[in-house]
Design a binder for this molecule. Structure first.
Ligand code: BES
Ligand code: MN
Ligand code: ZN
Length: 498
């Protein structure tokens, strides 16, 4: 789907489907929708609103033919909800739902009014960005393994989405908003693609290939012997039970001119989590191909960064491996020394993510970064606490965590802070080592967080637990069900805010 901008009036736009909008309880539309209403002899105000009772509630839709009164073949009238509650988030949501509707109407060419830029008075740039993000996220579909043609044919037919704007002065801003929205949404979809791939395809090796193929990003992949030499024993312990070779992936973006900050994104890349010898039951194991969603986000983020070129040095770091119960597998009770010298007693081989992250976080800090964001499908406890509506966030610096929460919200995501009280350290005390890798039944997301904190020394650090948000059972606002690419939009926004 191409997204373009055109200076023309809505009543002159020629397409299969023309999208216009209405705020809740508006009886006689103004602006672009008003112009279309007039051209259709008041069909919208006299018939759809008055007779059919169209209210303009958020995402409410009505499709009507134009009978040749204007060049567009059909009109899709969409409700924007209450004008006082309107914001870019609503634009993303409406845009996502409109594009799905356009797909089901088999429209090939869609023209749209720019929601929000009229009476709502939002900046054209923000509106165009939100509209683009919603459309690209809503139009996404993972069907590469479906062989039946007709399964595919109904969808993905939209060739162009054209944003119609009559005011010359807004065109540049709109174009730039489209460009930014496109880069961020496509990066989100790159993460979704990787998450959808089955574990037999998205192996550590394939993740490394995906990381190495990003234009404008340097990428180094460390093999097992190098990782061994560097002393990342926690990470290697997790990978030992699998025949699949581990790959330690280090992506780096260097800004051309000034460098405002050095940041590392550390993504959990367990390409399949069987639980190891502490094997998961079938129902819990079923979706564990998603256990590399943090690394998918890191790869998506680096893609966006390569396109957006911020004045920030960004590292993307992934200790990729599988967690399997093979005959060389690490065992409960094993004591293993981390790269930073601390010893860990293995309490549960299913608490593997924090082990891979511990060494990766230490490695990241050795790169001289000031801020580390780790992102991981880390705990079922986080899903119990927050469900699928918010990712958990913890960290060692309140301002840093708040800035991330803020960037998430602006980007259409939700981060919710969970505590990292010092007392949680008692829960991971070991009789034989510096700590163990799992706490008890209480506050599982926080005890995982407090474990990770042991591997950060001076850097500002935040940990984002996306176990509940990486793969959702039903749609949430603009995001359809399935893999979401959670973390990409939030973290890209954060980096841009520096
Ligand atoms: N990958 C899982 C966490 C997870 C659960 C991700 C649900 C996505 C959806 C993680 O490695 C895990 O198994 N965590 C254990 C930790 C426990 C053994 C301390 C958990 O949460 O049960
Ligand atoms: Mn696990
Ligand atoms: Zn896991």
């Amino acid at each position: 789907m191409k997204i373009t901008v055109k200076k023309i009036s809505l009543t002159e736009a020629s397409c299969d489907l023309l999208v216009v909008n209405l705020f809740e309880n508006v009886k006689s539309p103004g602006g672009g929708t008003g112009a279309v209403d007039k051209a259709l002899d008041n069909l919208i105000s006299d018939y759809i609103i008055k007779k059919e009772g169209f209210k303009g509630k958020l995402n409410e839709m009505y499709v009507l033919p134009t009978h040749g009164k204007i060049p567009a073949d059909k009109i899709l009238l969409v409700g924007l909800g209450k004008s006082e509650e309107f914001n870019p988030g609503k634009i993303r949501e409406v845009s996502s739902k409109v594009i799905k509707k356009a797909g089901s109407l088999k429209a090939k060419t869609v023209c749209t009014i720019l929601h929000g830029a009229g009476t709502a008075g939002l900046e054209a740039f923000e509106c165009a960005r939100a509209l683009t993000e919603g459309a690209i996220i809503g139009n996404y579909d993972f069907d590469k393994y479906k062989s039946k043609k007709d399964d595919k044919e109904d969808k993905k037919k939209i060739e162009t989405l054209q944003i119609i704007e009559i005011e010359e002065s807004k065109l540049d801003d709109i174009q730039q908003g489209v460009e930014k929205g496109r880069i961020i949404a496509l990066a989100t979809n790159i993460a979704r693609d990787l998450i959808y791939e089955p574990a037999c395809e998205a192996t550590p090796t394939r993740l490394a290939e995906a990381a190495q193929s990003i234009n404008g990003i340097e990428c180094k992949v460390l093999e097992k012997d190098e990782v061994e030499k560097m002393g990342m024993r926690l990470y290697l312990a997790v990978s030992r039970g699998s025949a699949e070779p581990p790959k330690f992936i280090h992506m780096k973006y260097t800004p051309q001119g000034e460098c405002r900050k050095k940041v590392a994104i550390v993504g959990k890349g367990v390409t399949f989590d069987s639980g190891g010898l502490d094997l998961k039951p079938p129902s819990a194991m079923r979706m564990m191909k998603e256990d590399m969603s943090g690394s998918a986000a890191a790869i998506g983020i680096m893609n966006a960064i390569a396109g957006l070129k911020p004045d920030v040095e960004v590292h993307g770091i992934i200790a990729a491996c599988e967690n399997m119960p093979g005959s060389r597998a690490y065992k409960p009770g094993d004591v293993i020394k981390a790269m930073n010298g601390k010893t860990v007693e293995i309490d549960n081989t299913d608490a593997e993510g924090r082990l891979t992250l511990a060494d990766a976080i230490h490695y990241a800090e050795n790169q001289g970064v000031e801020e580390i964001i780790d992102i991981a499908t880390l705990t079922g406890a986080c899903v119990v606490a927050l469900g699928q509506l918010a990712s958990g966030i913890m960290g060692n610096d309140r301002e840093f965590v708040n800035a991330l929460v803020d960037s998430a919200e602006k980007g259409g995501e939700r981060f919710w802070q969970l505590p990292l009280y010092d007392e949680f350290k008692d829960d991971i005390k070991s009789d034989v080592a510096d700590m163990k890798n799992a706490g008890g039944r209480y506050a599982g997301a926080s005890t995982a967080g407090i474990f990770l904190k042991e591997f950060v020394s001076k850097a500002k650090w935040a940990h984002i637990d996306i176990a509940g948000t990486a793969y959702i059972d039903k749609e949430i606002k603009e995001m359809p069900k399935g893999a979401t690419g959670s973390g990409v939009r939030a973290i890209v926004n954060y980096i841009l805010s520096l």
